[in-house]
Design a protein around this ligand. Structure first.
Ligand SMILES: Cc1ncc(COP(=O)(O)O)c(C=O)c1O
Length: 397
C-alpha cells in the first residue's frame, strides 16, 4: 500500500539513518566515537530521579493525566520563567506542557497551517521545522542566515520574500531559534525586539524555539522578555538539554491563552497526558538552584576546549563565542564540504561528526561537533584524528 501523499519528500530523519550505518560499522568492529547528536550523556539531578522513583511507587499515580498537564508542573514552569527570564505567565492559561519542543513544533504546524500556506524556516536550522511544516502541507521557504551577518536574519531579504511569495491577507509562520542550532549564535534583546516588530508589521506568527538558553550562555533570554505576550509570538522551551532529560520528553509552550487553547485542541486529540511521576520530577528539576546549571556548564566548557583543539588542528575556522551543545566550524580549504569531511573522519578515524549540510544549504561548508560525549572520548577522538593525519603539526615561529 502506498504511503500518504503528505509523506512525499519527507525522508527518514538523517540521524535515524546515520545511526544505523554507525551501528553496522560498530558490528564490523570499528568502535566509532559519535560526536554527532546533541543528547546529553549525563543524568538529571539525583533529586529528580528520587521523585520519579517515589511517585511511581505510589498506587495512585498511574492513571491518565490531564491533557494540559499537572498544575504542579505548570506552576513550576511559570516560576522558572519568572526566576530565569523575568517573564510572568499565568500557569492556568499561558503554559502548555509538551513531550519536548519537537512535539510542539509539529502541533503548532498542525494547528495553524493550511495546505499551501507559506512557512519561513532558518537555513541553517533544525531540520524538524521543515519536515513538520511540510507534513502539515505548507509551502516551505528557507531564509538564509549568513556568517557575515552574524547568523542573524536579514530583515530586508525577508520583506522581499514576503512581498513576492504571499497573498496579502494570510498570516504566515516563521521559525526562529536563538541560541541558534547549529551555529551557536547567541541572541540579543535587540534581535528579539526586531523580530517581534517584524512579526507585528507583517502578519507573522513567530515560533521561537529556545531549548539551548542555559547551555554555555551566561544570560538565558526569552523572546517573551522583548515582546511580552503577543498574538505574534509563541515560545517553545525544553528540559532536554538544560536538565539532562532528553529521553524524559518534557518541554513547554508559552504564549497567549488563545494560542494555548488552539494548540490544545490539536494536542488533546493526539495524546492522553504525560506520566504524572515524570511531570512531578520535572517540576523538581525546574526548581534547581543555579549550582545545577553551573555544574552542567563546567563539564561542557572543558569538553569544548578539546573540541576546539581538534578544530584548530584540522585548520577549521570557528567562533569561540558559541552557545549550546555543539561547536560549528567551517571546513578547511582543500576539502569540498562538510559531508566530505564527515566521511573522511568516519572512515579514516572512526569518529562521527555531523555534516553542516543536513541543516540546510547554507550549512554545506560546515561541520557540527557535539559536546555530549565524555571528555576522555573527545580526547581519544583527537588522538584518532591526529593518527589519521588530519591534525596538522603546530607551526612554531
Ligand atoms: C533547535 C532544536 N529544537 C528542538 C529540539 C528538540 O528538543 P526536545 O528534546 O525538547 O524535543 C532540538 C534537539 O536537538 C533542537 O536542536
Amino acid at each position: 500500500m502506498d504511503t500518504a501523499k503528505r509523506l512525499e519528500g519527507i525522508g527518514e530523519y538523517y540521524f535515524s539513518k546515520k545511526l544505523r550505518e554507525i551501528e553496522e560499522l560498530n558490528r564490523a568492529g570499528k568502535n566509532i566515537i559519535s560526536l554527532g547528536i546533541g543528547s546529553p550523556d549525563q543524568p538529571p539531578h539525583p533529586e529528580v530521579i528520587r521523585i520519579l522513583h517515589e511517585e511511581s511507587s505510589k498506587p495512585t499515580t498511574h492513571a491518565y493525566q490531564s491533557y494540559k498537564g499537572s498544575p504542579v508542573l505548570r506552576k513550576a514552569m511559570a516560576a522558572w520563567y519568572k526566576e530565569w527570564y523575568q517573564v510572568e505567565l499565568n500557569p492556568e492559561l499561558e503554559i502548555l506542557p509538551l513531550a519536548g519542543s519537537k512535539e510542539g513544533i509539529m502541533h503548532i504546524c498542525m494547528t495553524y497551517i493550511n495546505p499551501g500556506d507559506l512557512v519561513l524556516i532558518p537555513d541553517p536550522g533544525y531540520p524538524t521545522y521543515q519536515s513538520a511544516a511540510k507534513l502539515a502541507g505548507a509551502h516551505v521557504m528557507a531564509y538564509q542566515l549568513k556568517e557575515e551577518y552574524g547568523w542573524l536574519p536579514d530583515f530586508s531579504e525577508l520583506k522581499t520574500m514576503l512581498k513576492t511569495k504571499r497573498n496579502d491577507q494570510e498570516w504566515i509562520l516563521m521559525f526562529v531559534n536563538y541560541p541558534q542550532m547549529p551555529t551557536g549564535q547567541l541572541p540579543s534583546r535587540k534581535l528579539f525586539e526586531n523580530l517581534v516588530m517584524f512579526a507585528k508589521e507583517n502578519q507573522v506568527l513567530l515560533i521561537h524555539d529556545n531549548p539551548y538558553s542555559f547551555i554555555l550562555n551566561e544570560e538565558p533570554m526569552s523572546i517573551l522578555q522583548a515582546a511580552g505576550l503577543s498574538e505574534h509570538v509563541i515560545e517553545l522551551n525544553s528540559l532536554s538539554k538544560s536538565h539532562n532529560m532528553a529521553g524524559w520528553r518534557v518541554g513547554m509552550m508559552l504564549s497567549t491563552s488563545r494560542h494555548i487553547e488552539n494548540v490544545l485542541r490539536f494536542k488533546s486529540n493526539m495524546d492522553s497526558g504525560m506520566f504524572l511521576p515524570v511531570q512531578l520530577a520535572a517540576a523538581r528539576a525546574l526548581s534547581l538552584p543555579d549550582t545545577w546549571y553551573e555544574a552542567v556548564n563546567k563539564l561542557y566548557r572543558s569538553r569544548k576546549m578539546i573540541v576546539e583543539e581538534i578544530l584548530e588542528g584540522m585548520g577549521c575556522e570557528f567562533s569561540k563565542k558559541q552557545a549550546g551543545l555543539f561547536v560549528w566550524a567551517k571546513v578547511p580549504a582543500g576539502i569540498s564540504d562538510g559531508y566530505a569531511l564527515s566521511d573522511l573522519l568516519l572512515y579514516n578515524a572512526n569518529v562521527f561528526v555531523t555534516p553542516g549540510g543536513i541543516f540546510g544549504h547554507a550549512g554545506k561548508n560546515y561541520i557540527r561537533i557535539s559536546l555530549c560525549a565524555p571528555e576522555e572520548k573527545i580526547r581519544e577522538s583527537f588522538d584518532r584524528i591526529k593518527k589519521a593525519g588530519f591534525i596538522k603539526p603546530k607551526q612554531h615561529v
